[in-house]
Write a protein that binds this ligand. Structure first.
Ligand SMILES: [Zn+2]
Length: 423
C-alpha cells in the first residue's frame, strides 16, 4: 500500500508523509509505554502451554493447517521471543515438564520431577496460589491429567511429580483453583471406586482408580465444586467452582501409529477453555488461567506425527478462543509457549532420504501443505526431550517484555507483575 501511494507523491506530500510516518514510528513506543505503565489496568493472565512444542512443531502445523502464506493464530500475536529451558538438575541439562513448569510458576530453576520445590526440596510460592491470595480467580485446563506436572507446578508443591493423588489433595485443601478441567480421574478416587470412567477400559486395560487420599471427587463436591464428567454436563454447568474429569488418565491414548493411538478427547480443549473463561471472567479482580495441550508432547515422544498434528490443531482452536477473549478484554495478557522441545523434530523436503536411520528416529509423512500441491516430511531424531529453544508469543499488557531471548524463569518475572498485585 505504501509503495503504490508513494509513486504519486509531490514534494510537499512527501514532507507530510514523513511527519505521518514519524507518528506511526512513535506510536508503538507510546503504546508499549502505556501498557507497561498501565500495570494497574492489567488484571488477568491466560497462559497457554503447548507441551513439547518448539519452532519445528509450530512450522509443521503452520504448513499443514494454514499453508505456505498462512499464519497460525498462535503466531499472529504481536510480540515474540525465545525461551531457554535447561533445568538445575545434577544429572541432566535437558528439562522435563515438572522442572520447566516450576521455573514458570516460581521463578526458580530446579531438578526434573520437582513440583514447585527447590533443589533442596523446599516448597516455593507458586503463581496459582499467589494469584488466589491477591483476590483473583484461578483455573487450569489440560488434556493431560489435571494433576500432571505442568498444571501441578502452578497449584501444588511435591518433591515428586508422580504423587498425583497428593497433588489433587492439595488442589482442594490448599490452592483451591476455581476451575479444574481435564483428565486423570484415576487419581481422585481410591482403588475399587471406578467413578464415571470405568476401570480397565478396552483402549488401555492398565487404567484404574488408584488414589490414596480418599474419595476426592466427593470431597470436591462437599467443598462446593460442581462435578462433571462428560461434554453435556460441562455444557450445562452453572458458573461457579467447577471440577471436570474427562478420562482416567490423559484424554487420549499416546502410542505409535497403528498401535492403538487415539486422539479424540471427550471434550475438546477449546470448549474447556471457553467454559473456564466464562466462569473465571466474572471476578472483577481478574483471573489466572493455565491452558495446556499435552498431546503434542506425548505423541512426539511416540514419534507419531499425524497425532502430533491433531494435537497442534486442538491447541490452535483453543488459542482462537483465548485470542477472542483478549481482543474483547484488553486488560488480559495472553502468552503462548512450550515447556521444552520434544522429538528433536525437523521439517524436511520429501525428496531427502531418511538419513536418520531406524526407529524411533524415523520420518513421518509426507503431509500436504494446505492449499498447495507441495508436501513436507516430519523427521524425528529422538523419542525424548531436547534442549532446543521454545518460541513464546504474547499480546496484551506487559507482552512486550517477552521480546528477546530469556531463561524460562522470565515467564514468572512477567506474570508475577500482574498476578501478585492487589488492586
Ligand atoms: Zn515429555
Amino acid at each position: 500500500m505504501h509503495s503504490s501511494s508513494k509513486r504519486r507523491l509531490t514534494a510537499s506530500a512527501t514532507t507530510a508523509l514523513a511527519a505521518a510516518l514519524a507518528v506511526v514510528a512513535v506510536s508503538p513506543v507510546l503504546s508499549a509505554d502505556a501498557s507497561s505503565s498501565g500495570k494497574g489496568r492489567a488484571r488477568s493472565v491466560i497462559f497457554i502451554n503447548g507441551d513439547g512444542m518448539a519452532a519445528a512443531h509450530r512450522e509443521a502445523a503452520r504448513l499443514y493447517l494454514a499453508g505456505l502464506d498462512g499464519q497460525l493464530n498462535m503466531d499472529q500475536l504481536p510480540v515474540s521471543g525465545q525461551l531457554t529451558t535447561s533445568p538445575h538438575d545434577p544429572k541432566t541439562a535437558i528439562t522435563d515438564s515438572a522442572a520447566a513448569a516450576t521455573a514458570w510458576a516460581t521463578g526458580v530453576k530446579t531438578y526434573n520431577g520437582a513440583i514447585s520445590v527447590d533443589v533442596d526440596g523446599k516448597p516455593l510460592p507458586t503463581l496459582g496460589q499467589q494469584a488466589k491470595q491477591a483476590g483473583k480467580s484461578t483455573g487450569l485446563v489440560t488434556t493431560a491429567q489435571v494433576t500432571d506436572a505442568s498444571p501441578a507446578a502452578f497449584f501444588a508443591q511435591t518433591a515428586n511429580r508422580s504423587a498425583q493423588d497428593e497433588i489433587a489433595r492439595q488442589y482442594l485443601a490448599v490452592s483451591k483453583p476455581d476451575v479444574i478441567l481435564g483428565g486423570g480421574e484415576d487419581w481422585w478416587l481410591p482403588a475399587g471406586t471406578p467413578g464415571a470412567w470405568p476401570d480397565k477400559p478396552a483402549e488401555d486395560p492398565t487404567e484404574a482408580s488408584k488414589g490414596t487420599k480418599g474419595n476426592l471427587v466427593d470431597q470436591a463436591k462437599a467443598d462446593g465444586y460442581q462435578y462433571v464428567s462428560n461434554a453435556q454436563q460441562l455444557d450445562s454447568a452453572r458458573r461457579g467452582k467447577l471440577l471436570g474429569l474427562f478420562g482416567n488418565e490423559e484424554m487420549f491414548q499416546q502410542r505409535a501409529e497403528g498401535e492403538g493411538d487415539v486422539y479424540s478427547p471427550a471434550v475438546d480443549l477449546a470448549t474447556m477453555t471457553k467454559k473456564a473463561l466464562d466462569t473465571l471472567s466474572t471476578n472483577k479482580k481478574g483471573f489466572f488461567l493455565l491452558v495446556e495441550e499435552e498431546g503434542i508432547d506425548e505423541f512426539a515422544h511416540e514419534n507419531n506425527a499425524p497425532r502430533t498434528l491433531q494435537a497442534l490443531e486442538s491447541l490452535e482452536n483453543a488459542v482462537k478462543v483465548a485470542r477472542a477473549y483478549v481482543d474483547a478484554n484488553p486488560d488480559t495478557l495472553l502468552v503462548i509457549t512450550g515447556d521444552h522441545e520434544c522429538g528433536g523434530l525437523t521439517v524436511e523436503d520429501t525428496s531427502t532420504g531418511d538419513e536418520s536411520g531406524t526407529a524411533p528416529s524415523t520420518e513421518d509423512g509426507p503431509f500436504p501443505v494446505k492449499g498447495s500441491k507441495l508436501q513436507f516430511v516430519m523427521d524425528w531424531t529422538t523419542g525424548g526431550h531436547t534442549g532446543a529453544d521454545v518460541p513464546v508469543t504474547a499480546v496484551g499488557p506487559l507482552a512486550e517484555q517477552f521480546t528477546g531471548k530469556h531463561p524460562n524463569t522470565h515467564v514468572h518475572e512477567v506474570l508475577s507483575q500482574i498476578l501478585t498485585s492487589r488492586h
